[in-house]
Design a protein around this ligand. Structure first.
Ligand SMILES: NC(=O)c1ccc[n+]([C@@H]2O[C@H](COP(=O)([O-])OP(=O)(O)OC[C@H]3O[C@@H](n4cnc5c(N)ncnc54)[C@H](OP(=O)(O)O)[C@@H]3O)[C@@H](O)[C@H]2O)c1
Length: 350
C-alpha cells in the first residue's frame, strides 16, 4: 500500500514517518513540506537519518492521487479542508489529524473555531477515530478524523463510565497537563525556551477547543447531552499528557465494580492498559514511560468521603494522541493487524 503524508515536516508528520517507515505493509511514497521541499527528511527529523532516502515535496494533489493509495493529512486545522474533498473524490482513503472533520455539527465549528465549515456534508462522512469505541465504523470508513490529543486521552478515561451510567453526567472535570510538542513546530512567544521552560501554566482554562470533542463523544456514549469542565496546563515536558478526571457518583462505588466496567469496555483494546499498583515505581499512569509508545494508560482511585471517582489517563500526545492512533485507524481501514507498526513499548529509563 502506497501511503502519502501531507504536512510531513511537523511533529505529527515526523512521528507518522517514523512509524510508517517501519510498517511492514506500507511504503511511504510522498511526504510534503513547502518549507523543506527537495530536502531529505532527516534535515527536519534527524532520528530518521539513513532510515529512508525520501525527500520532502510540495503538496501536489495530482501527484499524490497518482502516487498514493492512502493519505494522512497532518496539516494545521483549517488547511485539511482544502485537500480532503479532492482526495476523497479521487478514491483515496484518508486519516486527517487536524480538527477539520472532528465535530459533527457545522454550528459547533462556528462556536469553537470561528469557522463556517466549507464542506458540512463531509462531517457526516467522517468517522471519529477512536478505535476502542468505533472499530467497526473505522474499518469501513473512507475518511477518519483523528481526535485531538487531550480529547482522546480524556475520552478513553471517561467513556466506560459514561456508557455504564454510574457517574453524575452534570459534573465531570478534566484537568489536563501537556508537554510542549502539543503546540507543533511553529514557535510562538509562549513556546520560546526561556518562557516555556519550568512552567506549570494554565492555558485556555475555559472553553478549550478539545472540550467540544469530549462533550460530543461522551454525549454519544451517554445517550444524552453532557457538558465537560476542562482546563489544560502546559508543563515542563516535551511529550506526554496526563488527564486527571474528577467524576462523582450518587451512590458508593466499589473498586470491584470500577474494575469490571473498565475490563468489560476494553476487553478488545490492545493499546489500553490499566495502571493501579500498590507497589513499584509507576502506581498510576505516568506520561514519562509512554514516550514513543501507542499505549493509553488508565488508572483510578475512589474517594469514598466525597463519592468521587478519580480517573487518571496518560498518553504520548504525538503517538496515541496523534500519529500512532492514526496508524492504528489505518490498520483497521486496510484490514491489517491493528497493532502493526505500533509495537514499540517506550523507553525506561528516559
Ligand atoms: N502536536 C500534537 O501533539 C498534535 C496532536 C494531535 C493532533 N495534532 C494536529 O495534527 C496537525 C499537525 O500538528 P503538528 O503539531 O505536527 O503541527 P506542525 O508541527 O506545525 O506541522 C504542520 C505541518 O503542516 C505543514 N503545513 C502547514 N500549512 C500547510 C498547508 N496550508 N498545507 C499543507 N501543509 C501545511 C507544515 O509544513 P510546511 O509549512 O513546510 O508545508 C508542517 O509539515 C495539526 O492539525 C494539529 O492540530 C497535533
Amino acid at each position: 500500500m502506497r501511503v502519502g503524508i501531507i504536512g510531513a515536516s511537523g511533529y505529527v508528520g515526523g512521528e507518522l514517518l517514523r512509524i510508517l517507515l517501519n510498517h511492514k505493509d506500507v511504503v511511504v511514497t510522498f511526504a510534503t513540506s513547502k518549507q523543506y521541499k527537495y530536502e531529505p527528511i532527516h534535515r527536519v527529523h534527524p532520528n530518521l537519518r539513513s532510515v529512508s532516502d525520501l525527500k520532502f515535496s510540495e503538496p501536489n494533489l495530482d501527484k499524490m492521487t497518482s502516487g498514493c493509495d492512502f493519505v494522512f493529512v497532518a496539516a494545521p486545522h483549517g488547511s485539511a479542508v482544502k485537500y480532503v474533498p479532492s482526495l476523497l473524490e479521487s478514491g483515496l482513503r484518508i486519516v486527517d489529524m487536524s480538527a477539520d472533520f472532528r465535530l459533527k455539527d457545522p454550528q459547533a465549528y462556528v462556536h469553537w473555531y470561528r469557522l463556517n465549515h466549507p464542506n458540512p456534508e463531509l462531517l457526516k462522512v467522517a468517522t471519529f477515530g477512536v478505535p476502542e469505541i468505533y472499530s467497526q465504523e473505522i474499518k469501513g470508513a473512507r475518511l477518519v478524523s483523528n481526535p485531538g490529543c487531550m480529547a482522546i486521552t480524556s475520552i478513553l478515561a471517561i467513556a466506560p463510565f459514561a456508557k455504564s451510567g454510574v457517574i453524575d453526567l452534570e459534573h465531570i472535570v478534566v484537568d489536563a497537563k501537556i508537554g510542549s510538542s502539543g503546540g507543533g513546530t511553529k514557535p510562538t512567544m509562549g513556546t520560546h525556551h526561556s518562557e516555556r521552560y519550568g512552567v506549570v501554566r494554565p492555558y485556555k482554562p475555559v472553553d478549550h477547543r478539545h472540550t467540544a470533542e469530549i462533550e460530543q463523544e461522551v454525549s454519544r456514549l451517554a445517550g444524552r447531552e453532557v457538558r465537560i469542565s476542562m482546563t489544560p496546563h502546559a508543563v515542563n515536558i516535551v511529550r506526554g499528557i496526563l488527564c486527571t478526571v474528577h467524576c462523582f457518583t450518587e451512590r458508593k462505588l466499589e473498586s470491584a465494580e470500577v474494575w469490571r466496567i473498565l475490563r468489560s469496555f476494553y476487553q478488545n483494546a490492545p493499546f489500553v492498559r490499566f495502571v493501579k499498583d500498590k507497589k513499584g515505581l509507576s502506581r498510576y499512569p505516568d506520561p514519562k514511560i509512554l514516550s514513543g509508545s501507542n499505549f493509553c494508560d488508565i488508572g483510578f482511585e475512589l474517594d469514598e468521603r466525597l463519592n468521587r471517582l478519580l480517573l487518571l489517563s496518560s498518553t504520548d500526545n504525538l503517538v496515541k494522541g496523534a500519529a500512532g492512533n492514526g496508524v492504528q485507524c489505518m490498520n483497521l481501514m486496510l484490514g491489517y493487524d491493528e497493532r502493526s507498526g505500533l509495537e514499540f513499548p517506550g523507553l525506561h529509563p528516559i
